[in-house]
Design a protein around this ligand. Structure first.
Ligand SMILES: [Zn+2]
Length: 88
């Protein structure tokens, strides 16, 4: 009767300065990449609030990526390549 994504009761949020009960466990890399400071080794625990914050940050990041690839990246690409070629 176990549900995926749920964690055992009694775990506390791994975010610095937060002592709420955790609702999710995630790879620490994903959480730090979202700009959240946590302590732990491989997996960290997030309370509901910080999990929300984590989801928001990752969503924002994806949108920024899309926006970048949609427009600007191409313009920056060619001059950089030219510089690399002339440099050698
Ligand atoms: Zn928390």
């Amino acid at each position: 009767m176990s549900k995926l994504g749920k964690i055992s009761k009694g775990e506390k949020c791994s975010v610095k300065g937060c002592a709420k009960e955790a609702v999710r466990s995630l790879p620490i890399d994903d959480v730090t990449a979202a700009g959240i400071e946590v302590h732990g080794t491989r997996r960290v625990y997030l309370c509901r609030d910080h999990y929300k914050q984590y989801k928001k940050s990752t969503k924002k990041e994806q949108m920024v990526d899309k926006w970048r690839y949609g427009g600007r990246i191409k313009k920056f690409d060619s001059p950089v390549n030219t510089y690399v070629k002339t440099g050698t």
